[in-house]
Write a protein that binds this ligand. Structure first.
Ligand code: ZN
Length: 183
C-alpha cells in the first residue's frame, strides 16, 4: 500500500470512529475553538490529575481532517503530562510546517504515531488550520486548567513541618515524695 493511501486510511478511520469522543466530567477547563476558513469547530475539555491529562473529552464538527486530528491527538496525549503533550503539539506543528518534506515526517514518525498521517496536509496551506485546531484547543484548555488548579500547578514546598505542639514538655514528674524519707 502506498504511503499516501495508508495515511488517508488512518485519517478516515479516526474520522469514522473517533477515539475518546464525547464531553465528560469532571473537567477543569472547557474551550471552544473554530476554524472559520473551513467551518470546523471543536469543544474540548481537560481534566487534570496533578499536571497529568487524566481526560481530554471533546465534541466537534467539520471536515474529516479537523475531526480526525482531534481523535489522533486524544490517543497521543491522554495520560501524559501537560508539558509532554505540549511538546508533542510542537512536533505536530513542525510537521504541519514541513510543506510535504518526507524527511521531516520520517523523523517525527515514532513520536506522532497516527498523527503522522497528517503529513500530507502540510502541502495544502488551506488545510493546515484544520489539522492544528485541536492542538490549539488543547494548549488553551490545558493552560486554563492549570490556572484553575493552582495547588497542582506547582506543588509549593509547603512541607512546613506539621508543628508538633510541643507536648514534649517533659512530663514533670511530680516529685513524688518517696515515702521512705518522710519522717
Ligand atoms: Zn477543515
Amino acid at each position: 500500500m502506498q504511503l499516501q493511501s495508508m495515511y488517508q486510511e488512518i485519517i478516515l478511520d479516526h474520522y469514522r470512529n473517533p477515539h475518546g469522543r464525547g464531553l465528560r466530567e469532571p473537567f477543569e477547563a472547557e474551550v471552544h475553538h473554530v476554524n472559520p476558513t473551513c467551518g470546523d469547530e471543536v469543544t474540548l475539555r481537560v481534566h487534570l490529575d496533578g499536571d497529568t491529562l487524566a481526560d481530554v473529552s471533546y465534541e466537534g464538527m467539520g471536515c474529516s481532517i479537523s475531526q480526525a486530528s482531534v481523535s489522533a491527538m486524544y490517543e497521543l496525549v491522554i495520560g501524559r503530562s501537560v508539558p509532554e503533550a505540549l511538546e508533542t503539539g510542537e512536533h505536530f506543528m513542525t510537521l504541519m510546517q514541513s510543506k510535504g518534506d518526507a524527511s521531516v515526517a520520517e523523523k517525527l514518525e515514532d513520536e506522532l504515531e497516527d498523527a503522522i498521517a497528517f503529513a500530507g496536509v502540510s502541502k495544502y496551506p488551506a488545510r493546515i488550520k484544520c489539522a492544528l485546531m485541536s492542538w490549539m484547543a488543547l494548549k488553551d484548555a490545558s493552560a486554563r486548567a492549570l490556572a484553575a488548579t493552582p495547588a497542582s500547578a506547582t506543588q509549593p514546598t509547603t512541607a512546613a513541618p506539621v508543628t508538633h505542639p510541643t507536648t514534649a514538655a517533659p512530663v514533670t514528674h511530680p516529685t513524688t515524695p518517696t515515702g521512705g524519707d518522710r519522717a
